[in-house]
Design a protein around this ligand. Structure first.
Ligand SMILES: Cc1ncc(COP(=O)(O)O)c(C=O)c1O
Length: 386
C-alpha cells in the first residue's frame, strides 16, 4: 500500500486531504513524494511561523531534546519558566498555563473565567458569550463555544452556558449581556475559520467597555491570530485593548504542539494546585521551540509582516476574478469569482499551496517568507483567480 492508501485504510476519515504526500521542506518551500516543489502559503494552518525545518528553531529544539524530552509537571524546567516570563513581559499579562493545543488553551480560559466569576459574583454567573461564526476548537466545550451550528449538530448535548452574539453588532452584544449572568466574552479579533473576518474597532472597543462596566472578563482567542500573524504580536494589540485572558497555540510552537493561556491581573491567582493540569503541558522541547519563535518575533519582523500584507492586498484587491480581500497581516482571505476550490487546485498544479476558509482562499504564509517566493506565489495566485 502507498501512503495515501494506507492513510485511507487506517486513519479516521476526518480530513479531506489534498492528494499530495509532503515529504520535506525548507523555509517556505515544501516537496512532495514525487519531488514536486511548492511555495507554501498555508504553513500547516498558521503553525510553521518560520516555515519548514528552520535552522535556528531546529537548534533550539534539538538542544533541548539532547538534554531531556519530558519531565512531567512534578518538576520545574527552565524552558517553561523562560517562555512564561517572555509571554508575560511581552503582553503585560501575569501568569501562564501551558497545554498542548488551541482547544485546550481555550478550555483553560473558560475554566478560569467560570471559577473567577463563581468566586466573585456567584456560581450562577457562568455564561460565556461568544460570537456567531466563531471557531474555538473541537472538544465538547470548545465546540459549545464555537458559534457555528454546523460543527455542533452530531455531538449534542454540548457543554451548557454558551450564548452567541452577532459579530460587529453592539446592540446584540448588549442585549445578550443584559439577558444573561455573564462570566466572560470570548472572541477572535479576526475570525479565521469563519472566513478571515476581522472584528471592527468599534465592536472590540464596545466589548472592552461593557466588560469593564459589568466586571465581565475579556477572553481573546489568539490561537490563529497570535504570535505575529496579524502584524502585531497578538491580534488584540491592533485594537488598543488588554484582555483579561489570552489563549494561544498554533504558531507559538513553530510546528510542535503547545497551547498557552495567559492570565491577567484579575485572574492570575484563580488557578490553584490541583484545579487544572496537563501531562504534556509545558513540555520542555515544545517550550524551547516556542521560546526561539517568540524571541524572533520582534518589531522588525512585525513591520515586515505588515509590509508583505500590504503588498498582497494591493496586488490582489484589483486583480481580475477577485471580489474582496479581508483579514490582517499575513492572515488574509480572498473572495474569488470562481469557486475557491478551483482556485486552490489551480495554484497547487502551478506549485503554490493555499488553503480554504469557508468560501474563501486563505493565505497564512510564513512570517519570514522571502520576498521573491511571495511575489512568485502571488502572481500564480492572480493567474489562478482569472
Ligand atoms: C481561533 C481558533 N481557536 C481554537 C482553535 C483550535 O485549535 P486546535 O486545533 O489546536 O485545538 C483554532 C483552530 O483552528 C482556531 O483557529
Amino acid at each position: 500500500m502507498n501512503v495515501k492508501q494506507k492513510d485511507g485504510e487506517f486513519i479516521a476519515a476526518t480530513y479531506a486531504r489534498f492528494p499530495i504526500v509532503i515529504t520535506e521542506g525548507k523555509g517556505s518551500l515544501l516537496k512532495d513524494e514525487e519531488g514536486k516543489e511548492y511555495i507554501d502559503l498555508g504553513t500547516g494552518i498558521a503553525v510553521n511561523t518560520f516555515g519548514a525545518a528552520d535552522n535556528d528553531w531546529i537548534n533550539a529544539v534539538t538542544g533541548q531534546l539532547n538534554k531531556v524530552q519530558h519531565t512531567s509537571n512534578l518538576y520545574f524546567t527552565k524552558p517553561a519558566a523562560d517562555l512564561a516570563e517572555m509571554l508575560c513581559s511581552r503582553t503585560g499579562l501575569k501568569k501562564v498555563f501551558f497545554s498542548n493545543s488551541g482547544a485546550e488553551a481555550n478550555e483553560c480560559a473558560i475554566k478560569v473565567a467560570r471559577k473567577y466569576a463563581a468566586e466573585k459574583k456567584g456560581a450562577e454567573y457562568n455564561t460565556i458569550i461568544t460570537l456567531k461564526n466563531s471557531f474555538h476548537g473541537r472538544t465538547i466545550t470548545t465546540l459549545a463555544a464555537t458559534g457555528q451550528e454546523v460543527f455542533h449538530k452530531d455531538f449534542l448535548p454540548l457543554t451548557e452556558g454558551f450564548v452567541y452574539a452577532e459579530a460587529n453588532n453592539i446592540a446584540d452584544l448588549k442585549q445578550k449581556v443584559n439577558e444573561n449572568k455573564v462570566a466572560a466574552i470570548m472572541f477572535e479579533t479576526v475570525q479565521g475559520e469563519g472566513g478571515v473576518m476581522p472584528l471592527t474597532k468599534e465592536f472590540v472597543s464596545a466589548i472592552a467597555e461593557i466588560a469593564e462596566k459589568e466586571d465581565i472578563l475579556m477572553i481573546a482567542d489568539e490561537v490563529q491570530t497570535g504570535n505575529g500573524r496579524t502584524g502585531r504580536l497578538y491580534g488584540y494589540m491592533n485594537f488598543g485593548i488588554t484582555p483579561d485572558i489570552v489563549s494561544t497555540a498554533k504558531g507559538l510552537g513553530g510546528g510542535l504542539p503547545i497551547g498557552a493561556t495567559l492570565l491577567g491581573d484579575k485572574v492570575k491567582d484563580v488557578l490553584t494546585a490541583g484545579s487544572h493540569g496537563s501531562t504534556f503541558g509545558g513540555n520542555p522541547v515544545c517550550c524551547a521551540g516556542a521560546l526561539n519563535i517568540l524571541s524572533r518575533i520582534d518589531d522588525n519582523l512585525l513591520a515586515e509582516v505588515r509590509e508583505k500584507s500590504e503588498y498582497i492586498i494591493n496586488e490582489l484587491s484589483e486583480a481580475k476574478g477577485v471580489k474582496s480581500v479581508t483579514g490582517m497581516g499575513l492572515m488574509l482571505g480572498i473572495e474569488t469569482e470562481k469557486d475557491a476550490g478551483e482556485v486552490i487546485e489551480k495554484c497547487r498544479e502551478k506549485g503554490v499551496l493555499v488553503i480554504k476558509a469557508k468560501t474563501k482562499v486563505r493565505l497564512l504564509p510564513a512570517l519570514n517568507i522571502p520576498w521573491e517566493q511571495l511575489k512568485k506565489a502571488v502572481q500564480i495566485l492572480k493567474e489562478a483567480c482569472k
